[in-house]
Design a protein around this ligand. Structure first.
Ligand code: IMP
Length: 430
């Protein structure tokens, strides 16, 4: 994965999230010096299976499970200090040593209880089907310049002022939306006073740390959360998250130069899923959709919600390849399709009788389009023990070849199961 030319590598989801980025980061972290999260927050749920144990990491980079790898939460993340503390404690309980190798950016904005309450009470959030983790309201406060950053915790007077302003705004919005709930300044300040020493103890200028690591030729992995189609600019707006999930966001959110990124790996499922509302052009309704959900255990890692399932959409992934500048694709969950007789790949969209092969920006078009499918035979053979491309059945290889061709991006990894070792690496680097 990392070689002499590819030292700073971004991993992004190239669909609607839940593509298996956690597993890929875990596999690649073996050769990384640093793993850095750059956007999103506790809305993410990166699952890593090691032996009998399942780890679900929401804010801490998945690299933490590799001793010796340093992990950082960048300025672009909205950080929930309360759940971060719980996540750290759980890792420590499981025997993972985080001491001296986990840092948070002093510039990262905090997700406070009133952000979570606003998310839970807002009708817009319900319509979108957000994770309820306060992500949207926290990014709103950041853009409105009333956010509380980690470094503010060094100045209690400033924190009080900011929290007073945030609470006033939140209560006005709650009252306007007809909610009877209100938030309290003192409760929020008590929480921050309790968590501040811990947070300040690991706060650093993460951009500078990563820059210095780059100067020393370290292998750096930038771990994206959610997926490209949930990007606030490039996704199915307004059914998106509130951050830039695509590779451009990696530079901004880690605090490094765009030119210092050498490669971008896009992670895709061998089919498509989406959790929450919004267009999913290749959605499979009925028994088959349910069967894939059961086979793939498609339930949200953060909220437990059932994920909607669909066929592989090459229009989506080719779009994600362009917007992210993907240099490689990792196709995950191939084994989930092992029992299907036939598979469909979407190669274009019919909108009012016209064929579209580029992903439209207007969700009105997405809602009325009819996917154009190419059918491919299933392989009807277990793939979970394959460790080389040659060990995969010919029909599975043909399916991957077609994905590679339609998405105009080389496949560099194929994942055939949840375990760390259930992976086929096709090239030395992305
Ligand atoms: P938010 O990020 O909680 O504001 O939710 C906005 C949209 O992004 C909703 O459709 C969520 O279901 C979706 N979303 C947020 N985080 C994830 C994730 O980690 N995986 C998949 N979908 C996500």
């Amino acid at each position: 994965m990392f070689d002499s030319e590819n030292r700073t590598v971004v991993v992004v989801g190239a669909q609607w999230g839940d593509e298996g980025k956690g597993k890929l980061v875990d596999v690649m972290a073996e050769r990384a010096d640093w793993v850095v999260r750059y956007q999103g927050g506790a809305n993410a749920g990166h699952t890593v299976h090691i032996g009998e144990k399942n780890f679900v990491l929401h804010q801490i980079p998945s690299g933490i499970l590799h001793p010796g790898v340093r992990c950082a939460i960048g300025n672009g993340v909205v950080l929930d200090p309360d759940t971060l503390a719980i996540e750290i404690d759980e890792l420590v309980e499981d025997g993972v040593d985080v001491e001296g190798r986990l840092y948070v950016s002093d510039r990262a904005h905090l997700v406070l209880p009133y952000h979570k309450l606003l998310d839970a009470e807002s009708s817009a959030s319900k319509e979108i089907g957000t994770t309820g983790r306060g992500i949207g309201p926290a990014y709103e406060d950041k853009a409105a310049r009333r956010g509380v950053r980690v470094l503010d915790l060094r100045h209690p007077d400033r924190v009080r002022q900011l929290v007073e302003r945030g609470v006033e705004h939140a209560n006005a919005r709650l009252s306007h939306s007809g909610s009877s709930k209100r938030v309290d300044v003192e409760e929020t300040l008590d929480l921050l006073a309790r968590l501040a020493p811990r947070l300040l103890g690991i706060s650093e200028d993460v951009g500078l740390m990563v820059y210095r690591a780059q100067q020393q030729d370290a292998a750096i992995l930038l771990e994206g959360a959610q997926g490209s189609l949930l990007d606030v600019d490039h996704g199915t707006y307004p059914f998106v998250t509130s951050s830039n999930t695509t590779s451009g966001g990696a530079a901004v959110g880690a605090g490094i130069a765009p030119m210092s990124i050498d490669a971008v790996l896009g992670v895709v499922k061998a089919y498509t899923t989406r959790v929450g509302n919004g267009p999913l052009p290749t959605e499979i309704e009925g028994a088959l959709g349910e069967e894939i959900r059961r086979l793939g255990n498609e339930f949200g890692a953060t909220t437990g919600r059932p994920r909607r399932c669909g066929w592989f959409d090459a229009v989506v992934v080719r779009y994600a390849a362009r917007v992210n500048g993907l240099t490689g694709l990792a196709v995950t969950k191939m084994d989930v399709l092992d029992t299907l007789d036939e598979l469909a790949i979407c190669t274009g969209y019919d909108v009012d009788g016209e064929l579209h092969t580029e992903f439209p920006g207007d969700i009105a078009a997405l809602e009325k389009l009819v996917p154009r499918y190419e059918m491919m035979p299933g392989w009807k053979t277990p793939t979970r023990d394959a460790r080389t491309l040659g060990a995969l059945p010919a029909a599975a290889r043909a399916y991957l070849d077609r994905i590679e061709e339609l998405c105009e991006t080389p496949i560099t990894y194929v994942s055939v199961g949840t375990r760390r070792d259930q992976i086929i690496g096709l090239h030395e680097h992305v």
